[in-house]
Design a protein around this ligand. Structure first.
Ligand code: FMN
Length: 307
């Protein structure tokens, strides 16, 4: 049975995954924590927490609240900063078989370019995921993902600054996601991942105030799956790049839907916070589906639901 996926076929370094199951940024730390109930080398790839030039403390508490079928978070890219990541995390990743994708975020285009340059030849870093879609930071983030023009500008800057495979992560809070995907593809991205969280809020009716310290947060989990799936279907039909599907994937059937919509790989996020074994459950479920259906190569399933 062939499960592998090449997410950067046009890049000289490539991004070959042994299987299509990745973790979603911000829901799996740096992968170096020892609280995972499975051997993380079994994953297709690990995507680390969003990383910025300087360490960030994130947003005021409270930052997480459960919602119907999902959760809202306003963590706001709390992270150790790129220097500590290169010094402390990358040497550990360099010993791993599983590729690690570093998710980067900035407040200016120059921030993104600097991050890409700093990470370019770091052993242990296999690719970049460019977060132009964080709804939880004031400057940057989702603002760059909101228009085709600014999304392309960030992509060009990162592309110029690194030889690493570049995957650009799109925001769902836009009116024309296909237009943005096309702009990002033309600007030199190797792959596109989607979706990040959708902006949402909760009001505490006793206090008569927004519950999250940051007022709004990002909605994730099963509640967003149909939205994410429709966007993956749309983007996969619009660009000729590997697509990584994300949003509410909780089990193998969810993942297979994304693959049939056109995703070459999937990311498991919130589900892993509820069931830490979720990524491996998804992988084993995909293997079982392929065995039951007599599918020899997962690539033959990619995009079969497209017309
Ligand atoms: C607590 C939390 C933190 C997150 N942090 C990041 C981040 O740092 N960078 C990023 O690109 N996405 C971040 N995300 C978004 C996820 O990677 C993913 O795109 C989103 O949650 C949808 O997938 P899911 O429904 O499977 O969680 C975060 C999500 C959650 C729930």
């Amino acid at each position: 049975m062939k499960l592998s996926a090449q997410l950067a076929p046009k890049n000289e370094r490539g991004l070959l995954l042994a299987n299509p199951v990745m973790t979603a940024s911000g829901t799996f730390g740096y992968g170096t924590e020892d609280n995972h109930p499975f051997d993380i080398q079994r994953l297709g790839a690990v995507v680390c927490k969003g990383t910025t030039l300087e360490p960030w403390n994130g947003n005021p508490q409270p930052r997480i609240i459960e919602t119907a079928g999902g959760m809202l978070n306003s963590i706001g890219l709390q992270n150790i900063g790129v220097a500590a990541l290169i010094k402390e995390k990358a040497p550990i990743w360099a010993k791993w078989q599983v590729p690690v994708v570093v998710n980067i975020a900035g407040e200016t285009i120059d921030d993104y370019a600097k991050l890409a340059r700093l990470l370019d030849r770091v052993a242990g870093v296999s690719a970049l995921e460019v977060n132009i879609s964080c709804p939880n930071i004031k400057a940057g983030g989702a603002e760059f993902g909101a228009s085709a023009e600014s999304a392309a500008k960030v992509t060009v800057a990162v592309r110029k600054a690194t030889s690493l495979p570049v995957m650009v992560k799109l925001s769902p809070d836009v009116s024309d996601i296909a237009g943005i995907a096309i702009a990002v593809a033309q600007a030199g991205a190797d792959a596109i991942s989607l979706i990040n969280t959708l902006k949402g809020m909760v009001i505490d009716i006793d206090k008569r105030k927004p519950l999250l310290g940051n007022v709004t947060g990002g909605l994730s989990g099963p509640a967003i799956k149909p939205v994410a799936l429709a966007m993956v279907y749309r983007v996969a039909g619009a660009v000729n790049l590997p697509i990584v599907g994300c949003g509410g994937i909780s089990n193998a059937a969810d993942a297979i839907e994304f693959i049939m919509a056109g995703a070459s790989a999937v990311q498991v996020g919130t589900a892993g916070l509820v069931n830490p074994g979720a990524p491996i459950d998804v992988l084993e479920g995909i293997e079982k589906f392929m065995l039951d259906e007599g599918i020899e190569d997962i690539a033959s399933l990619v995009g079969v639901a497209q017309d």
